[in-house]
Write a protein that binds this ligand. Structure first.
Ligand code: PMP
Length: 364
């Protein structure tokens, strides 16, 4: 059996070493005679898995002690509504950046529960740059500021100086890091709450990781459903009801893998090199192009167009035949997208570049 290089935006490729380990202990985990997915979440054995997983994530991301780490079913989208329900009352003002489709979805949901001020953006569905700071308009009484730190569809990522300017507002900053969590080192203490759907850099879909500062807990509004209230998860080790046990276990294997290869610092170096290589190739080519502002290009989602879009179908068919999967861009943005999360080996980038070169040579 051979594994292809899968460039899917999510669910995405997981590290081969992780998949092999899960495979090897699928039927009999740790000589218990059962699969980890058949085990009570309250058993001593499973609790050990859960405890280690959280400890490893805390270690990898250097999460300070005054932050809770919650594992919540429902993916990242469920947090779009949970955020205002936990942090403000109906009629309160909240600040949102609109840098693309995922921001727009978060805004739409938040607007049901709060008065959303769009700090900047939103004029176009798929902007190719972050609005310049002179256009930002914060509201004085906002309860928090929300960003999508990496827009997965376009591959547009907030940069350090922009983030610093946002932190400087002195408000709780909430970040949707679904598509760039653990791709580089970050200072968690600058954020009030970070959330991410698991299916890109963490593990199987359906699970969200929520990292939230202690003092934000306990103020959910009265009407907030129990299972949307972060405090419920914080007070019950994310086991108020039955958690997504297999997804947790697999995420735990991914965290172990990250530690083994040197942590997020080591991964970040590889990620930067992978992304740079691909962008350099695209920029040097007159057959392919990328629309995103140079300095705001994502390390995780590399979008590109063929100069002649009539060749798109042929490109997708040939790339698939070459074992390079899921390169079709999101229908909202068109073109191609190579999602190159932590688990994508550098060899996958080399193979993609080689294929793109050959395709250009044949059709240019
Ligand atoms: N935010 C971002 C940035 C995403 O890329 C995605 C999924 N592609 C989501 C939120 C939604 O995640 P989920 O499907 O887990 O709800």
């Amino acid at each position: 059996m051979s594994r292809a290089f899968n460039f899917s935006a999510g669910p995405a490729m997981l590290p081969e070493a992780v998949m092999r380990k899960a495979d090897s202990e699928f039927l009999d985990w740790n000589q218990t005679g059962m699969s980890v997915m058949e085990m009570s979440h309250r058993s001593k054995e499973y609790m050990a898995v859960a405890t280690k997983m959280e400890a490893d994530l805390r270690d990898i991301m250097a999460i300070p002690d005054n932050y809770k780490v919650l594992f919540i079913h429902g993916g990242a989208s469920m947090q779009f509504g949970a955020i205002p329900l936990n942090l403000c009352e109906q009629g309160d003002t909240v600040d949102y950046f609109n840098t693309g489709v995922w921001s727009t979805k978060a805004i739409k949901e938040a607007a049901r529960f709060a008065n959303v001020n769009v700090v900047a953006g939103g004029q176009e569905a798929n902007p190719t740059e972050i609005p310049t700071q002179s256009e930002w308009s914060f509201s004085e009484d906002a309860k928090y500021i929300h960003i999508c730190s990496n827009e997965t569809i376009t591959g547009l990522e907030f940069q350090e100086d922009q983030l610093e300017a946002i932190f400087a507002q002195g408000k709780p900053v909430i970040a949707d890091m679904s598509s760039n969590i653990m791709c580089r080192e970050i200072d968690v203490s600058k954020y009030a709450m970070i959330y991410a759907g698991a299916q890109k850099n963490i593990g199987p879909s359906g699970l969200a990781v929520v990292i939230v500062r202690d003092d934000l807990l306990g103020s959910a509004r009265e009407a907030c459903p129990t299972l949307l209230n972060w405090e419920t998860y914080a007070n019950n080790e994310s086991m108020f009801n039955t958690p997504a046990t297999f997804a947790w276990y697999l995420a735990g294997l991914v965290f172990e893998w990250i530690k083994e290869i040197g942590g997020v610092k080591a991964i970040a170096e590889i990620n930067q090199r992978k992304a740079q290589k691909l962008y350099d190739f695209i920029d040097a080519s007159d057959f392919y192009s990328n629309k995103i502002k140079d300095s705001e290009r994502s390390w995780m989602n590399v979008t590109f167009d063929l100069k002649n879009s009539e060749l798109d179908t042929a490109f997708l068919e040939a790339s698939k035949a070459a074992g390079l999967l899921s390169l079709k861009g999101h229908r909202a943005f068109g073109g191609m997208r190579a999602s190159i999360y932590n688990a994508m080996p550098e060899a996958g980038i080399d193979a993609l570049i080689e294929f793109m070169q050959q395709f250009a040579d044949q059709h240019g």
